[in-house]
Design a protein around this ligand. Sequence first.
Ligand code: ATP
Length: 772
Amino acid sequence: MDAETEGLPPVENENNSNPIDIHARRKWFKSQQSTVATRRQQAVCVRRAHKIYGTKKNPNVILDGLNMTVPKGAIYGLLGASGCGKTTLLSCIVGRRRLNSGEIWVLGGRPGSKGSGVPGPRIGYMPQEIALYGEFTIRETLIYFGWIYGMNTDDVDEKTDFLLKLLQLPNASRFVKNLSGGQQRRMSLAAALIHEPELLILDEPTVGVDPVLRQTIWDYLVDITKFGKTTVIVTTHYIDETRQAHMIGLMRGGKFLAEESPDDLLRQYHADSLEDVFLKLSVIQNMGKRRRSSIAKEVIDAVQLPAMTNPALDLSHDDDNGEISGEFGDNISMSSRGPDLTSPHVVAATPLPPEEEASSSCSDYFKILKSHHMKALIWKNFLWMWRNVGVMCFVIGLPVCQTILFCLAIGHDPTGLQIAVSNHELSENLLAQQKCPIYKGCNATMLSCRYLEFLKNRSVVVTHYATDEEAYDVVRRGKAWGALVFAHNYSESLVDRTEYGQSTPDSVIDASELNVKLDMSNQQIGTLLYRDIQYAYLDFIENILKECDQDPAVGRIPIAWKDPIYGDRIPNFTDFAAPGVQLTIIFFLSVALTSGAMVIERNEGILERCLVSGVTGFEILASHVVTQFLVMCFQTTLVLIFSFSVFELTLRGDLFWVIMLVLETGLCGMCFGFVISCAVDNERSATYLALGSFLPIIMLCGIIWPIEGMHPLLKFPSFFLPLTLSTESLRSITQRGWPIEDPHVYIGFISTGIWILIFLTGSILLLKFKKG
Ligand SMILES: Nc1ncnc2c1ncn2[C@@H]1O[C@H](COP(=O)(O)OP(=O)(O)OP(=O)(O)O)[C@@H](O)[C@H]1O
């Protein structure tokens, strides 16, 4: 190899079928000058990468000016202690995390930029977590990923047979959840290999794999990189298995201690194993550092370091190295030598993607949905539902159960309310028998008993007591809701009172009055008794006047209650609360549905894997909208059938608009669920957030109490909540029968539509930017 071509990255040549000797290939991966053009020629090129977790006050520096060069066609072993930042570096490479500073080039483009194909099908990513659906079979899993990558089912089946043999996986119809831990990891590897990507990124693929199979996997990796078409980056804890890699990067303290071929490292450091090299490099790195070494003194003493004739091997002062971390691989500063675009090194082997910054225009967030992505995602969602049919029956049945419970339990007048009566018109004998005789017709005998009969018709249970104090005591002890006291001359006084008119003496007025003491601790029951005691009295007076051939209207209070314009003469709470309750049930079950679905995906790492494969957040949301919408249609149908057909709640308006509004509100709930699932990282937080929003919405949206009764400070903001105007709108349709043209009705549709847009945009932005 002449001087000009030395250091040339392997040229992809599809026609070249001769495997190239591994030692010859390693020579290509020698140090070379770094320019933007050469960086774009590498499979992966990282420069001056800084990544910090935590707060400004308490930063956790993970990548500290790290440089990395992965030539095309190489197997690159990324080594380092647990927690040193390997996964973080990989997730920055695949475009799932952003660096705080520095640059990354992957397959010639910036991850996330338009046309770079990264994230996308050019990459095969096997994350550290299993990131698979346990409820799917091996075949279904591979079909799902195959479709995502745009493969057809026949090709997937063919590749499935090959991968099952290669990775010694069991029958394709076995469920992933029933595989052993090691088998699941191999399954995860198969999902990354299915589409033969240009760049394979494998985060610990050989954990839990026996040595023989581990060797098979490595042989396969060597095989697919033979012709320079595929590049592999692999992290592993088994340092010595990377002897087969073309290049290894030893990571420590946020930097690479070395980036070399394994043979060169062993030679340079006079070591027998790569573990030995790693130890020596770690000791060298710690030399000269003021902070306490993390390596035990006995270990340091036992290590024989090579003579540092080469200053690049001296890592003890690497803090000052800036961009140069040593003469390893391509880690030479671009600024240290001028760019040389005429060099034959920079001749592109394959067309490179346009050099662009990560896209940030608004239209990019709403990229057109790819049909193969949507097909895979929707199929996956339905398959998940089918495999969890019990859960789905519960989800669909829950709103109906809640509606039934609401209709049976809420809004009906309480019955069997106990009233204690001290009636001094009763003789001791009658009192002992609890008898109160009624004299019908135009008869003024024992009018107290006649009144009580009307009261009993209003579902009040009357018990007689001998004294007033006894009756009051029963109320005090909570055995009755009220005490009524009749004077011994009640009937006579009542007649006198009507006859005397204005000249009625006070004693007669007192005796003709029914004395009432209620337990008003329960507002609903207290108000009901208050109402019934008065209504019973009016019925009683009208009845006597009628029996005595007098006009019953004389006994009424002089207010004529005509038929109401809207609603019933005696309105019921069920009709008032039903619209709000129906919308709340559909809204919050939709929240639970979507926030749960997305959080589960995120927890199991599937979402991450999906996004790396090129699926956009918008596509994931859209697929869930499609499947959950179908579920919601079932829920809505059942809720409305039970509300209006079975329980016959009032419906004066158009059922069509009721259905539309309920569906729109469900959609709004789904979008709110997306926001929650995109904003939080685990199910517990999602549950807290959903529950936390439930109570304020119930209280502030006029569902259980009219907004007019709210504190003035709450009235205005409550109009901006998602269920306020829609509840009012539904109430107007069902109770008043108003059409869609009425502003009270269409405002509910508009406000819900605006909320849908807000939530949808919020969740897409969160998916886009919440990478870490
Ligand atoms: N999202 C995060 N927020 C804060 N710290 C994080 C986050 N992710 C990782 N870390 C921390 O960053 C460090 C590097 O983590 P990373 O997972 O990249 O290490 P790793 O080298 O892949 O480890 P392992 O080999 O054990 O998988 C760890 O200390 C980890 O606790």
